[in-house]
Design a protein around this ligand. Structure first.
Ligand code: PSU
Ligand code: MN
Length: 347
């Protein structure tokens, strides 16, 4: 009788586990295939420049750059100069720059000189496009700067794994009342692109931003620092989760996250160069003054961050803009080096 014998044999728990693979082997074989599949998909929305497409196909290092910093983060003509200088910095460090923006209703990965200039000249006339705006902006045929969140999405669609900006968005001061939390944080929790930045923007609540990133499972990695930098300043009073001292160590972390199937991004916090850093009471006064003025003026939503950056610039007599440019170049260089280290791991 023994019905036990008629039951199908279940595989032992051990044999159901995937066979062990070393992480580096898996990533070597996994990631390029994923990229090839994505790139073959024709899309009426996403357009890669020839240079970026060829570089990705040949496993050359590519670094994504965002464009809200151009349209909404800096005044003309410093925004154009900064965008051009960032691209030159990336090239000098051995990677292909892929500035990402929406131009005429197409998500563009890699802009030519004329398009970069058009975007910079449009400034705040252009839209500010984050995740929630993507579909509507594309359908309207508009031109827009893409935020960290939207740039991560488009970089990922294009097969780019690392991206440099100035400072990420985060939890705003007073968020307990306003609930103003940048979509950049959610994106870091759901899109596997590593973001090189000088820390969260100092206009934010840094402690709450770190708590939020922890909840989302996003590692905050300090580049050659144990302390989280805070955009204009090299210090914040908060520790990073992990410290790394070389681009190749960062590339290894990125590959390991991918090999584990973790779908989140990573924050690589790279302190502003000491010569350009703005620390201390003068800076803190400028920021709290700007935050109070925004509240009085009733500035909320997507307008808040650009408004605060502009106000801080006025209150520091332009010093904050110089710091922003210096830290952007520093991040472009490190981002390019990480892209190089990632490409080298796949050879
Ligand atoms: N970094 C800068 N300047 C900027 C930004 C980043 O040095 O203007 C932009 C980024 O595009 C970021 C956005 O995603 O500010 C955050 O806006 P919000 O807080 O509305 O999410
Ligand atoms: Mn917001």
């Amino acid at each position: 009788m023994g019905f036990c014998h008629e039951l199908p044999r279940l595989p032992s728990p051990v044999s159901r586990l995937p066979s062990p693979v070393t992480l580096s082997t898996q990533s070597r074989h996994h990631i390029p295939r994923m990229i090839r599949v994505r790139m073959k998909e024709p899309s009426k929305y996403l357009l890669l420049s020839d240079e970026v497409r060829d570089a990705l196909a040949a496993n050359q290092p590519v670094l994504a750059l965002e464009s809200t910093i151009i349209t909404h983060g800096m005044p003309w003509p410093r925004n154009l100069e900064t965008a051009q200088m960032a691209e030159r910095t990336v090239r000098a460090a051995g990677a292909v720059p892929a500035t990402i923006a929406i131009v005429g209703g197409k998500a563009r990965v890699g802009l030519n000189e004329a398009e970069l200039e058009q975007l910079a000249q449009a400034g705040q006339e252009a839209r500010k496009c984050s995740r929630r705006d993507l579909a509507a902006v594309l359908n309207s045929g508009a031109t827009a700067g893409t935020t960290v969140a939207a740039t991560m999405i488009l970089a990922h669609l294009a097969g780019i794994r690392v991206f440099a900006t100035g400072g990420i968005g985060g939890v705003h001061r007073g968020a307990a009342e306003t609930l103003d939390i940048s979509a950049d944080l959610q994106e870091l929790g759901r899109t596997p692109v590593a973001v090189v930045c000088a820390g969260p923007k100092a206009i934010l609540d840094i402690g709450l931003t770190l708590e939020y990133l922890e909840t989302l499972g996003v590692p905050v990695v300090g580049y050659r620092t144990d302390e989280l930098p805070a955009f204009y300043s090299r210090t914040s009073g908060f520790a990073v989760d992990y410290r790394v001292d070389s681009p190749s160590e960062i590339a290894e972390l990125i590959d390991t996250q991918a090999a584990l199937g973790l779908r989140n991004g990573m924050v690589i916090a790279n302190p502003v160069p000491a010569a350009a850093a703005l620390e201390g009471k003068v800076m803190e006064d400028a920021i709290s003054g700007a935050v109070a003025a925004a509240e009085r003026a009733g500035i909320t939503g997507k307008a808040l961050t650009p408004w605060l950056l502009q106000r801080v610039e006025e209150l520091t007599g332009g010093a904050s803009l110089e710091a922003n440019i210096a830290l952007m170049m520093n991040n472009a260089r490190l981002g390019a080096e990480i892209a190089g280290a990632l490409a080298a791991r796949q050879e």
